[in-house]
Design a protein around this ligand. Structure first.
Ligand code: AMP
Ligand code: MG
Length: 425
């Protein structure tokens, strides 16, 4: 396990007073490790978990050639371009059991969707295309080609093929895929546990009476939501007073049980409070100024307890800064800790509907409302006031406009990168 100092020494141009967003993620990628423990869960229990083993398909899916439609199965070589085809009806093949018997040239079988295609038959004409004539059918000219409407054995997965890989995040589609292979259980990384508390003497818990200069704690709720969406077990530790004993107890209790600790507040430059001092005292912690907006101050490190250690993310206090630093840095780091393969967030390109002022030399995350134009292209406008305390902007936005480190002003109509919120916020 590398110390903060060792990681810092590895990074080109590391300056804790002026880190770029890219450098922060590089640092965090070196700091965090996937949890070691693995467990077996049922398919239902696997939703949102990260796969710990590769999954190879034990069977072929589908297990037989079968019909993709309700219709009539026959041997496709009998079709002649421009000519109808008359066939005698031999019987009916239902889904779920094989039809026993032979279908010869000039004959067909009524077949239901999913029913096994008997040997020699390779084509299905949908029911609605044919005319029934006595004990047979007539297929009009050119309504099907040989091989149409047949699903091939193993076209989804062949026995022995890789189906899923270690590090895959298991969503609804993956659960269905696993079930289609007949696998009742999966090996997944254990759930991550993250403890969270808010700091600051001006922070009120819900239920407390308003008082002058105080604000209600919103960060605990946004962080709870962000963690919950990631499938992480959340330990809510409330609001912690700016007193050394209270902070020490909170950090120790958090480190005793959680893989990571997230705090908000008390890490900015001019803070006269005890949060930073306690982080320094209990852990191996770096205090950063990040070239970003909103955000900027952040503490990162490790708090050691006998036999275990927790990663510390000391986020700024401003509610929007908390969410943005979480999305930009904490979320990717937690995903690595969950065992998920590293993946950059997908950025879309949208035409900006307004001019944006932006200084090169820092990354800015503006709250954006992305819409689809009648011509199918994406357009984005900001939510207005981009103050780091304006939480309403995060509610109104459906994504973040990411103005990269080197980027300057944006003119109306310029394309910008946007990171959509779907499923995350
Ligand atoms: P700080 O980083 O502690 O200087 O806080 C910056 C700003 O964020 C101050 O205006 C705080 O009142 C506000 N703030 C800090 N923590 C919270 C919180 N948990 N909920 C809402 N606002 C907060
Ligand atoms: Mg404060």
């Amino acid at each position: 396990m590398k110390t903060i100092g060792q990681i810092a020494a590895e990074l080109q141009g590391y300056d804790p007073q002026a880190l770029s967003a890219v450098q922060v993620n590089e640092f965090l990628a070196r700091l965090v490790e996937p949890v070691a423990d693995v467990e077996s869960v049922s398919v239902f229990g696997a939703l949102g978990r990260v796969l710990a083993d590769d999954v190879t398909s034990p069977i072929s899916v589908p297990p037989h050639d079968n019909s993709a439609m309700d219709g009539f199965a026959f041997a496709g070589h009998q079709l002649v371009q421009g000519q109808p085809l008359k066939l005698k009806l031999k019987g009916t093949a239902l889904a779920g059991k094989a039809w026993e018997g032979n279908v010869r040239p000039g004959e067909c079988l009524k077949i239901m969707t999913g029913a096994i295609m008997p040997g020699g038959l390779d084509t299905v004409v949908p029911l609605e295309f044919v005319r029934i004539e006595g004990d047979g059918i007539e297929i009009p000219a050119d309504v099907v080609k040989p091989g149409d409407n047949r699903r091939l054995l193993g076209e989804d997965l062949m026995a022995g093929q890789p189906a899923l890989a270690r590090g895959d995040l298991l969503g609804p589609a993956a659960l269905g895929l696993v079930a289609s292979l007949g696998l009742p259980e999966l090996r997944v990384f254990r759930r991550l546990k993250v403890a969270y508390f808010s700091t600051g003497d001006e922070i009120l818990s819900l239920g407390e009476s308003p008082r002058e200069g105080a604000v209600y704690d919103s960060n605990r709720y946004t962080v709870f939501g962000l963690l919950h969406r990631m499938g992480i077990e959340v330990v809510d530790m409330g609001v912690v007073r700016d007193e050394p004993e209270a902070l020490e107890t909170a950090f120790r209790q958090a480190a005793e049980q959680a893989d990571a600790i997230i705090t908000s507040g008390g890490v900015s430059m001019g803070e006269a409070d005890h949060t930073k001092a306690m982080m320094k005292q209990l852990g191996d912690v770096a205090f950063w100024r990040i070239a970003m907006r909103p955000g900027r101050p952040m503490a990162v490190g490790r708090i050691q307890r006998p036999g275990r250690s927790s990663i510390l993310f000391g986020l700024p206090g401003n509610p929007v800064a908390v969410m943005v630093t979480f999305l930009a840095f904490v979320r990717p780091a937690l995903r690595r800790m969950m065992g998920a393969r590293a993946s950059d967030p997908v950025l879309l390109r949208a035409r900006c509907g307004e001019a944006l002022r932006k200084k090169p030399g820092r990354t800015e995350y503006q709250r954006g409302i992305v819409t689809t134009e009648p011509d199918g292209t994406l357009k984005v406008r900001t939510t207005g006031n981009q103050g780091s305390g304006v939480l309403r902007s995060m509610v109104e936005a459906n994504g973040l406009i990411v103005l990269h480190h080197g980027q300057g002003h944006v003119a109306v109509g310029d394309e910008v990168d946007v990171m959509m919120f779907d499923g995350v916020i």
